[in-house]
Design a protein around this ligand. Structure first.
Ligand SMILES: O=C(O)CCC(=O)C(=O)O
Length: 253
């Protein structure tokens, strides 16, 4: 699969781009079902709001599955797919390596919002243009079920100062005044498509008010020269689990 000049230009100027039909629908359907099964096995009703979303009337559903790569061989094969790595390499010019993955489940009716943030406010990686997120749509994603939203061109500015969001133990966000909502654009994408964003692109997603799931498989990649001021690169799969990482690559070759 080859990126179009429009995709290159969009990624360069907006900081994000959508590529449809990267994965076949039957494959993402089966990964979506597996994600749900793995989440349900881990679901603890007394969990803090990190892993669980709660409705106003007390129902719970999974919010997020971290490190599926370490938990399941099928997920490992899925995220290491050639076509995904090739698209990333075309965007950033060097061979990417997966350092972390998380499936954002956003359940129907009450899947919670993710506040505006820049991924590199968490990762603190350098150089920041060699760090990219590839967000694989496991459902058809639109405004009603909580699509990603971006501030166009925000990747060209600095990393903003992020603080813990009020009432949250885990969401970091910049001050509202620093976000120019006039430049907000929606990333609509069909199941099997991928949204790619630069590590400094400001993005968010709203609550899921629809009757449909909105599962997105966020895969976080860096090139070999990337370092981090905190634990993200030291703990990268390719550093902490080199044999597992190599085996995952070998199985798809
Ligand atoms: O899936 C979401 O709603 C948020 C995803 C996100 O923030 C990311 O992939 O960096």
């Amino acid at each position: 699969m080859k990126l179009s000049p429009e995709n290159h230009e969009e990624f360069r100027t907006h900081g994000w781009t959508v590529i449809e039909k990267v994965f076949p629908v039957h494959e993402v359907d089966s990964v979506g079902q597996l994600a749900l099964k793995l989440c349900e096995a881990e679901l603890k009703p007394d969990e803090s709001n990190y892993a669980v979303d709660r409705s106003e009337d007390g129902r719970i559903a999974p919010r997020k599955l971290d490190q599926g790569f370490l938990k399941n061989a099928k997920l490992r094969r899925f995220v290491m797919a050639h076509q995904l790595r090739s698209l990333i390499e075309q965007l950033i010019g060097n061979s990417p390596m997966l350092f972390f993955d998380q499936i954002h489940m956003k359940p129907p009716q009450f899947g919670s919002a993710k506040p505006y943030h820049q991924d590199n406010a968490y990762f603190l990686c350098h150089p920041d243009d060699q760090v990219i997120t590839a967000w694989i749509a496991l459902d058809d994603v639109d405004e009603a079920n909580g699509c990603l939203r971006y501030i166009d061109g925000s990747h060209l500015g600095p990393i903003l100062n992020h603080q813990l969001a009020q009432g949250s133990t885990h969401h970091l966000q910049p001050m509202a005044e620093q976000i120019d909502l006039n430049r907000e654009r929606l990333a609509l994408v069909k199941k099997g498509g991928v949204v790619f964003h630069h590590s400094k692109a400001l993005h968010t997603s709203h609550r899921n008010n629809s009757e449909r799931w909105r599962r997105g498989y966020a895969t976080h990649w860096a090139t070999a020269n990337v370092t981090s001021k905190n634990h993200w690169i030291t703990n990268a799969y390719y550093n902490r689990h080199p044999d597992l990482y190599q085996a995952a690559i070998d199985t798809i070759q």
